[in-house]
Design a protein around this ligand. Structure first.
Ligand SMILES: Nc1ncnc2c1ncn2[C@@H]1O[C@H](COP(=O)(O)OP(=O)(O)OP(=O)(O)O)[C@@H](O)[C@H]1O
Ligand SMILES: [Mg+2]
Length: 351
């Protein structure tokens, strides 16, 4: 029994089908109610994700980056309906996911999976590796016991774990080994789309590169589409095809990886880039001077009006406190939400 390969073998970056993306997100919102006082009355809401739109082509990796609290995880979880979106549409392989009934959603889950940040809490400590990886195969009626075992062995090989690990418990594995099991489980049914939510952040630096390698090999083999969430922009240099930069529940810049690294067009992207220490020499030369972004990301309940970044932005001027800027097109595949790119106000930013 084998699972078919989604890619047609010609998934070179330039051939990616932009008009018919694998993932299409439009106006996605997730607002969490806030309850206060002893009566736990509704006192407001946190707009964790507040109108996010992007596409991901088949076999492509979109990196989603931003500080803690910017809404990355909530975006990923809302897309997979692990938390119910407040508004918006999410299409995966042409299917409107938000519209699915509970039964339909259960069936569709084989197409969309997640790898969590913390491999320890995401694996049941009482189960052996074999039954952890087997769970999704069973739920989705994959073959008989022998066929499932064959598939599990294939998956272990794919994540570079020896066969003996079948009968170990998570407690007997290192962090990196646990994360490999989590990856094997996520890709067991050859999903079309996988959210990688900080898949290496809980691991030692020495192990991180190996996990990224494994994820890339799996993507090459199966043509899986990834949303790679991280707060570490430098990690995305070699992993992502495109990058989305999030700030307080909104995308502020989206572009192909080279453009975002070489010519970041939003002051927030520039600030994130200027803080990176491990970049190539060419990137080091292109890297923005250290940006003075002051203070912490604001409490999302007290989001500044206009451009939400203006309270920390070294370039903020009058217009930024008016309406929120729209997305300005900067190049073939780069947009930035910043008035510095509006001809009405400026000649262009003087970085
Ligand atoms: N279940 C929840 N109830 C209320 N607020 C929540 C809930 N989950 C997340 N939030 C809030 O939504 C905002 C976005 O959180 P989210 O976890 O998506 O951010 P993140 O970018 O993934 O951050 P990190 O880098 O720390 O993982 C934060 O202000 C967070 O406190
Ligand atoms: Mg998160």
């Amino acid at each position: 029994m084998s699972l078919t390969d989604h890619s047609d073998g010609t998934a070179a970056q330039t051939d990616r089908d932009r008009d018919d993306p694998m993932v299409r997100v439009e106006g996605l919102k997730k607002h969490f109610p806030i309850y206060e006082g002893i009566l736990q009355q509704r006192a407001g809401e946190v707009r964790a994700v507040d109108g996010v739109s992007f596409d991901i082509a088949e076999g492509e990796t979109l990196g989603l980056v931003g500080e803690s609290g910017s809404g990355k995880t909530t975006t990923g979880r809302s897309m997979l309906r692990l938390t119910e979106p407040t508004a918006g549409t999410v299409e995966i392989d042409g299917q409107d996911v938000v519209d699915l009934s509970d039964d339909e959603l259960k069936k569709f889950r084989r197409n969309m999976q997640i790898v969590h940040q913390d491999p320890t809490s995401s694996l049941n400590p009482r189960h052996r590796v074999k039954s952890i990886i087997e769970a999704p195969l069973k739920i989705h009626d994959y073959g008989d016991a022998d066929e499932r075992l064959e598939r599990i062995e294939e998956l272990l090989e794919m994540v570079d774990l020896p066969r003996e690990f079948l009968y170990r418990h998570p407690g007997q594995l290192s962090g990196g080994q646990k994360q490999r099991v989590g990856i094997a489980r996520a890709v067991a049914l050859n999903p079309k789309f996988v959210v990688l939510d900080e898949p290496t952040s809980a691991l030692d630096v020495s192990v991180q590169a190996r996990i990224v390698d494994i994820l890339e090999n799996i993507q090459d083999e199966y043509g899986i589409t990834y949303l790679f969430i991280t707060h570490d922009l430098s990690l995305l240099r070699n992993v992502a095809d495109r990058i989305g930069v999030m700030y307080l529940g909104r995308l502020v810049e989206v572009g192909d990886v080279d453009s975002v690294f070489e010519t970041p067009e939003h002051p927030y992207s520039r600030a994130l880039l200027s803080a990176i220490s491990t970049v190539s020499q060419a990137d080091e030369r292109a890297k923005p001077d250290r940006q003075n972004v002051e203070g912490e990301i604001p409490d999302p309940r007290e989001k500044p009006s206009g451009c939400a970044f203006r309270s920390r932005c070294p370039y903020a001027f009058d217009a930024c406190s008016g309406d929120e800027p729209g997305m300005y097109e900067m190049g073939e595949d780069q947009v930035a939400r910043c008035y510095l790119h509006d001809d009405e106000y400026e000649e262009g930013p003087d970085w």
